[in-house]
Design a protein around this ligand. Structure first.
Ligand code: TYC
Length: 103
């Protein structure tokens, strides 16, 4: 019909949403008591880092107070944090690991 020429609904169509799930940074925090070798071991064991990478991140945390260890989906980040916190607790070290939504 000639009426369709004036149909404004076509002009108000919205962009299809292709939203990706947010990513989460896993952070390791410094403290005065957890041994450096323990932190290096944690980074190798739970984050698949080689010894040199693990040592470098441990030193960054030691000097700067914290560092991002990796970026993961919400579920994987939660699992990493729980694994680190449980392992530290079992060894009676005060090591803290947290996660934070990436901007
Ligand atoms: N600051 C600790 C020490 O001097 C080492 C350390 C590094 C602790 C990193 C925690 O996330 C940490 N023994």
């Amino acid at each position: 019909r000639s009426d369709d020429d004036n149909d404004t609904s076509l002009l108000t169509a919205t962009k299809p949403k292709t939203k990706r799930p947010p990513l989460y940074k896993v952070l390791l925090l410094n403290d005065d008591f957890t041994p450096m070798e323990f932190v290096v071991h944690v980074l190798e064991r739970f984050f698949g880092l080689n010894h040199a990478q693990a040592f470098e991140i441990m030193l960054t945390v030691h000097k700067k107070g914290l560092a991002v260890v990796g970026v993961f989906s919400h579920e994987i980040a939660e699992t990493k944090v729980a694994q680190v916190m449980d392992f530290a607790r079992r060894h009676q070290h005060p090591l803290q690991c947290t996660m934070e939504k990436e901007e």
